[in-house]
Design a protein. Sequence first.
Length: 117
Amino acid sequence: MRRLHRVVAAVLIGLAAFAGMAPAQADELPTFTLRFKPDGTFEPATLEVPAGRFKIELINESNEPVEFESIPLRKEKVLGPGVKSFVVITISRPGEYPFFDDFHQSVKGTLVVKPKE
């Protein structure tokens, strides 16, 4: 029985250590910012990123809810007015990937994935 307690304790300590590392790893990702502007545009409308894993910080500067959505990237994120959030994307294939505001579908942008240097 004591051995079982030790094994469970070791597993819990390992999980706690792993969980503590997760935020640090996310912070080390290359991070890019995409703003939803009050005039109904993205800033920048074209966002260039390197191939690999990266984070896009989404900032809704408008007074309406918005939704970042990209069908080819299979990502979507709803943000209320004034809200800041992020998405993490992993993509190895260079190219252009469209995104849009699903609540305002005329608002479009392009994610340009560049080859790693």
